[in-house]
Ligand binder design. Structure first.
Ligand SMILES: *[C@@H]1O[C@H](CO)[C@@H](O)[C@H](O)[C@H]1NC(C)=O
Ligand SMILES: *[C@@H]1O[C@H](CO)[C@@H](O)[C@H](O)[C@H]1NC(C)=O
Length: 223
């Protein structure tokens, strides 16, 4: 009797904790309180909203929910890939909806370098080619979770974790990423650390990364 009482209590506690966790999870992009909320930049001096201001729904048109990506993207750059962000800046109708997309083109041996999305989990579908993908868990374990993906394979990069994609095939590759935010954000690790403006003190970075300061200055010149 006592045991079953305790079990019921811990079940209720678990239920309350789960409910709390799911309400906290929705704190990123809030659930829409209307059919849609097409973003506009006006009114300039109005109250802060978590997202963008909504257009009068009577004025919404198909173009507010539409964008066309130039395909294939130009991969003639140092990393050999091209990410076409399709978020609320491209499609104002995504405002408050908690979702966006990014088609990614890869030249042979092209890569999407280590980066993180501070506000979104990513789900990646490989449409063409062969990609080595992975993400690294947070401290202290820093476990690499990695897999080779072929056409039709789908992989998830959990929110906030550093991840990458690498075309290990001899042909072009194409993938489609869905992201759980209207504005996922991107932090490319090398650009943030070695390419900040103004630059981070090279002596500081040399100690942080256990590198010779000359190597740090070389990296800072590249990014
Ligand atoms: C990606 O491709 C588009 C369309 O071809 C091009 O305008 C853009 O400059 C490319 N971006 C990079 C980083 O190469
Ligand atoms: C992290 O590593 C520790 C020590 O090896 C281990 O006990 C723990 O289960 C690991 N945690 C995860 C989330 O893998």
């Amino acid at each position: 009797m006592l045991t079953s009482l305790i079990t019921t209590k811990s079940f209720l506690l678990a239920f309350v904790l789960l409910a709390l966790a799911s309400s906290l999870a929705s704190a990123f992009d809030p659930s829409p309180l209307q059919d849609f909320c097409v973003a506009i930049d006006e009114p300039k001096n109005a109250v802060f909203v978590n997202g963008k201001f909504c257009k009068d729904p009577k004025l919404a048109k198909a173009g507010d929910f539409y964008f066309s990506v130039k395909m294939p993207g130009d991969t003639n750059n140092p990393v050999g890939s091209n990410v076409s962000a399709v978020n609320v800046d491209q499609i104002p109708g995504l405002n408050t909806l908690g979702i966006s997309a990014a088609p990614i083109d890869f030249a042979p041996y092209g890569q999407n370098p280590p980066h993180t999305h501070p506000r979104a989990t990513e789900i990646l579908v490989v449409l063409e080619g062969t990609l080595l993908v992975g993400f690294v868990t947070s401290n202290p374990n820093n476990t690499l979770i990695s897999k080779v993906l072929n056409k039709g394979d789908v992989f998830v990069f959990p929110i906030g974790l550093v991840h990458f994609q690498f075309n290990i095939g001899k042909t072009n590759a194409l993938a489609f990423a869905g992201l759980s935010s209207q504005n996922p954000g991107v932090i490319t690790i090398a650009d943030a650390v070695f390419g900040s403006n103004p630059p981070i003190n090279p002596d500081f970075l040399a100690k942080a990364f256990q590198l010779d300061v000359k190597v740090v200055k070389d990296l800072q010149a590249k990014f």
